[in-house]
Design a protein around this ligand. Structure first.
Ligand code: AMP
Length: 190
């Protein structure tokens, strides 16, 4: 069993695959998006500031996100799935250092590859399907475009970063949820 990063554009299925792994393999999912939404829902001033950033589709400052991650790493005993983190090189460097201090490391980075056109279709569908009560604030098309831009500019370089460390695996995210999940299981059992 391994500490795992799921990497890929917004809407590629990282969250869905993380939840399957939590159920079937007893991982601890760390989703920075979920942690940030919790902070927004707390109604604090920081939460309000985070809400505005998320609504624009920008990245929340590294310092804030890393603090949240450190809190969880500190307490967690199971193997981790990092879902939506790291999102840039600085976050990746900091994650590596923080894990090393605890004599831990990342074992696999799995890139869920989805074409950006298809991704846009998926997200539009998700917006249509979600009712008003559980609709995420950042689920609108303008935000999506911004998030995809940010992904291309800041997150995409992580593929080379992890390739150089021999940690990168790629799964075709255009397959069914079950097939993606089977491929991920095979990779992490290596
Ligand atoms: P997600 O749920 O992972 O799609 O993230 C939703 C939003 O939360 C993103 O568009 C960012 O505004 C923010 N966010 C999530 N994870 C991070 C991160 N690692 N660094 C900075 N901002 C993040």
């Amino acid at each position: 069993m391994s500490n795992l990063i799921l990497l890929g554009p917004p809407g590629c299925g990282k969250g869905t695959q993380s939840k399957i792994l939590v159920k079937t393999k007893d991982f601890h999912q760390i989703s920075t998006g979920d942690l940030l939404r919790e902070s927004v829902n707390s109604g604090s001033n920081t939460g309000q500031a985070i809400k505005e950033i998320m609504e624009k589709g920008d990245l929340v400052p590294d310092k804030m996100v890393i603090k949240m991650i450190l809190n969880v790493i500190e307490k967690g005993k199971k193997k981790f799935i990092f879902d939506g983190f790291p999102r840039n090189i600085n976050q990746a460097d900091q994650l590596e250092r923080s894990l090393a201090e605890k004599e831990k490391k990342i074992d696999h980075v799995i890139f869920i590859n989805v074409s950006l056109n298809i991704l846009e279709e998926r997200i539009k569908k998700r917006i249509q399907e979600s009712d008003q009560s559980n609709k995420r604030d950042d689920d609108n098309v303008n935000t999506l475009f911004k998030r995809v831009e940010i992904y291309k500019e800041l997150t995409f370089p992580l593929l080379d970063y992890y390739k150089e460390k021999n940690l990168l695996w790629e799964v075709d995210g255009m397959q069914s949820i079950e097939d993606v999940s089977t491929k991920i299981s095979k990779i992490i059992s290596n």
